[in-house]
Design a protein around this ligand. Structure first.
Ligand SMILES: [Zn+2]
Length: 274
């Protein structure tokens, strides 16, 4: 499979281009390969799924445990994608807004409010979901409660799941809400699955991590199954895996390089009738 290159800040402007969502052009640029791919297939809706900690090298290692995701990738495009942040909040803000952390200044959920208080119309704080909502489109987000709360007044449909010690149950709730959200036929749905990240901190073996990956993969499959035909999926990591020391033991030079450069996997695929 051919591996393409991009940055996670390119995702929002790409969706803006594909779905014709008016947006002040951010720092990221529309990904040409995706534009060509989507045009040929007539994709009209988008789902963004952030798989926490899905680094590019990690995806390579786990893809045999992630059957659904591998199948989706085979129908679509695989990118080695530069992420501008090594922790979750700024990394996801970059995916959703198309700006670098030093531009959006969102390093924690609380920062969203702090930055908006300075200028509530700052385009660098506006997610692609918000731009779409303003253009009259139907938009949904399914993320952790506090993050979801920050969408209040900015988009109409958002589902928050309370943070939990049981991260598998947490992701299952996220998945169930996502399926429910898809029944409303949104133009854009944004989802954040966290189990892989939590396991990367706690697990001590690859076996444990693979088990988590398998469950994440089941959730991905469930969401994919419930989307309409003509929906383009952007499934990506937010940053390379935490605990590099533990996971890079015996790794090849290329994987260490990918990790140091904070490269994540981005899979883009349009769901089509067989
Ligand atoms: Zn993360």
């Amino acid at each position: 499979m051919k591996i393409l290159e991009c940055s996670t800040i390119d995702i929002a402007p790409t969706i803006s281009r594909l779905l014709k969502i008016p947006m002040i052009p951010p720092a990221g640029r529309p990904i040409q390969e995706v534009e060509i791919y989507a045009k040929e297939r007539g994709c009209k809706k988008a789902v963004i799924i952030v798989v926490d900690s899905l680094g590019f090298s990690l995806y390579k290692y786990l893809s045999s445990s992630m059957k659904n995701l591998s199948e989706i990738a085979e129908k679509g495009l695989l990118f080695r994608c530069k992420s501008p942040a090594t922790i979750t909040s700024p990394a996801i803000a970059s995916i959703f807004t198309g700006y670098l952390p030093e531009e959006h200044h969102i390093y924690s959920t609380a920062d969203i409010y702090i930055e908006r208080a300075k200028d509530s119309e700052n385009p660098r704080l506006k997610s692609i979901m918000e731009w779409a909502y303003r253009a009259g489109m139907k938009v949904s987000a399914v993320i952790e409660s506090e993050g979801a709360e920050s969408f209040r007044g900015r988009i109409k449909d958002f589902y928050g799941v309370l943070d939990s010690k049981d991260i598998l149950d947490y992701d299952l709730q996220i998945t169930n809400y996502s399926v429910r959200a898809l029944k409303e036929k949104p133009d854009i749905l944004a989802v954040h699955l966290r189990a892989l990240d939590r396991f990367s901190h706690r697990a001590e073996s690859w076996e444990e991590l693979k088990k988590a990956a398998k469950i994440v993969d089941e959730n991905l499959g469930e969401i994919y199954q419930n989307a309409e035909f003509g929906t383009i999926f952007f499934i990506c990591g937010d940053h390379a895996i935490h605990g590099g020391k533990k996971w890079l033991k015996g790794a090849e030079a290329e994987d260490i390089r990918n990790h140091r450069q904070n490269l994540v996997a981005l899979i883009v695929a349009c769901k089509q009738e067989a």
